[in-house]
Design a binder for this molecule. Structure first.
Ligand code: PEP
Ligand code: MG
Length: 534
């Protein structure tokens, strides 16, 4: 029961302000450390905390006689139910963020209920689930790993743990909760294993392995900025996938040769109206400026599908992944596309900019876009032109790569979508997650065809999907003739070191044989035999 609407409204506003200040502190602190994944997640929390609809619903609860805490909780829970019911994995993960906000508001209103967990020097924290704010508040030096019963590999806790470099095993099921406080446990997150009954020999072996790994990471970081050249002298460009200039700086610090993919949608989502041309130019220029002379591939807006931008009011789609997304949405909203192209053409120097187009299905779309870029460049009286590349993420684009390469400067394989569309498996579907594997021979054959087509016109092919960050895929991609790998910033040292240990010629002859296998499991099995270090 509330103590009157006026008092409860004031209490809620106070709590909201306290949580806002707390989140802002978290953002500032994360940015100081260059932890952009962390700061992005907290920025999304700020938007949820200030969501006018949630606040209005809580206000109505207070007016009906509820306390501030109960009103906030009810309005948040109602929103959680809506999100969870939409059947979209990414939106369902927002539920965890909303519950995190609820917990923080209640703590600000009524104080801390639970005590913080008691941590040892090398604790593996076991929980049903963790909230992102709980994870980042943990004393970093004491947490050696995380095991959760719930959650998901693409959830925010998993993303944060990855960015923080903490080994994490998520979605282990209720068995995880049978682990007892203080017991010993070996966690091998890379292998996806936890050993709850290690003997002395296993513990000693694990400790030795941890030390070896740490030494390897140190030496890989030390040589990260040198080029990645295979044993037989083939240079592979190792670039980074980024969302903003902070990520670009992080990439450079980890030794990246270039930016292989800037996803511009992050500039457009989580806001009320489209960024202006000047705002866009400033954001793109900031990325180029952060790169110290390196090149940047910037992708035109890829909205639609599961990436919604409310103010665009894209019509609802029965099958969003097969609907108006990527360049199709661009052509449907020509003013938005022109704005972005003009903003891109305004950066300096254009020689370091490469424009990349998502979701191209045939060469007609590419020619149309190239002509539009040419018209705008003439209007802007530009002397230079940026390079133009095509994402190969629709199977038809891989099959028609020779036609595309005639009109493009380079091709970049979007393995996330190419896998989704080749295997007809939704990339957001949690129950298919274990089977949607980019090393499927069907996908490898498409990549081989794409590289072959590009070579016919002397053009290079890169990979910017998550496949490039999968160590087991690296030798295969090199073998198929890929010249650039664009990976997450932290993985640059590891991918470069892996490339340096490979022979392109050997990768090539083995890759040809892999194309004849019949499943992704068989391909992975063979890779483990051929390249145990991958
Ligand atoms: C891809 O599809 O592989 C890709 C890089 O694009 P996104 O993940 O943004 O769809
Ligand atoms: Mg894609």
């Amino acid at each position: 029961r509330g103590a009157g609407a006026q008092a409860e409204r004031a209490a809620l506003l106070d709590a909201q302000a306290a949580v806002r200040a707390d989140i802002q502190r978290g953002i500032d602190e994360a940015l100081r450390r260059g932890a952009t994944a962390e700061s992005d997640i907290f920025a999304a929390h700020l938007a949820l905390l200030d969501d006018p609809e949630l606040l209005a619903a809580a206000g109505r609860g207070i007016d009906a006689g509820l306390s501030a805490g109960l009103a906030a909780r009810q309005s948040i829970r109602a929103q959680c139910e809506v999100l969870a019911g939409l059947g979209n994995q990414l939106l369902a993960e927002r539920v965890a963020d909303l519950k995190d906000i609820e917990r923080q508001l209640l703590r600000a209103l009524y104080g801390d209920a639970g005590s913080a967990p008691e941590l040892f020097d090398e604790s593996i924290l076991v929980a049903d689930d963790l909230a992102p704010s709980e994870l980042t508040r943990l004393p970093r030096g004491k947490v050696a790993g995380i095991v959760t019963a719930a959650g998901g590999a693409s959830g925010h806790v998993a993303i944060l743990a990855r960015a923080m470099g903490i080994p994490a095993l998520v979605a282990c099921g209720p068995a995880a909760l049978t682990l007892r406080h203080g017991q010993q446990l070996i966690l091998d997150a890379r292998a996806g294993l936890a050993n709850p009954q290690p003997d002395a020999a296993e513990l000693a072996a694990a400790r030795a392995q941890i030390e070896q790994l740490a030494a390897r990471l140190r030496s890989m970081q030390a040589s990260a900025s040198a080029p990645a050249i295979t044993q037989d002298g083939v240079a592979i460009e190792v670039a980074v996938n980024i969302a903003n200039a902070d990520d670009a700086r992080e990439g450079v610090a980890h030794g990246a040769d270039a930016v292989g993919l800037l996803r511009t949608e992050f500039l457009f989502i989580d806001r009320r109206d489209a960024p202006t041309e000047a705002e866009q130019t400033a954001a793109y220029q900031a990325v180029l400026d952060a790169l110290d002379g390196r090149n940047a591939i910037i992708r035109t807006l890829d909205v639609g599908g599961d990436k919604d931008v409310p103010y665009l009011q894209l019509p609802p789609e029965p099958n969003p992944a097969l609907g108006l997304r990527g360049i199709r949405a661009g052509f449907a909203y020509p003013e938005m596309l022109d704005n972005q192209l003009r903003a891109l053409l305004a950066v300096k120097p254009l020689a370091r900019l490469r424009i990349l187009v998502p979701m191209i299905a045939d060469v007609g779309e590419l020619i149309r876009l190239r002509e539009r870029i040419e018209q705008l460049a003439v209007e802007m009286q530009l002397a230079e032109r940026p390079q133009l590349g095509v994402m190969v993420e629709v199977p038809s684009a891989a099959l028609l790569a020779d036609q595309l390469a005639k009109h493009a400067d380079f091709l970049s394989i979007g393995s996330n979508d190419l896998t989704q569309y080749t295997l007809a498996m939704d990339r957001c579907n949690a129950t298919l997650a274990a089977r949607i594997d980019s090393l499927h021979p069907g996908l490898l054959r498409l990549i081989a065809i794409a590289v072959e087509g590009a070579k016919r016109h002397g053009k290079w092919v890169g990979v910017c999907g998550a496949m490039a960050s999968d160590p087991q895929a690296v030798p295969v991609l090199l073998g198929l003739g890929v010249a650039e790998l664009s990976v997450s910033p932290r993985l640059v040292p590891e991918v470069k070191s892996l490339v340096r240990g490979l022979s392109q010629r050997q990768c090539q002859s083995e890759a040809e044989r892999l194309l004849g296998l019949s499943s992704a499991q068989e391909v992975r099995g063979r890779i483990v035999e051929l390249w145990p270090a991958a």
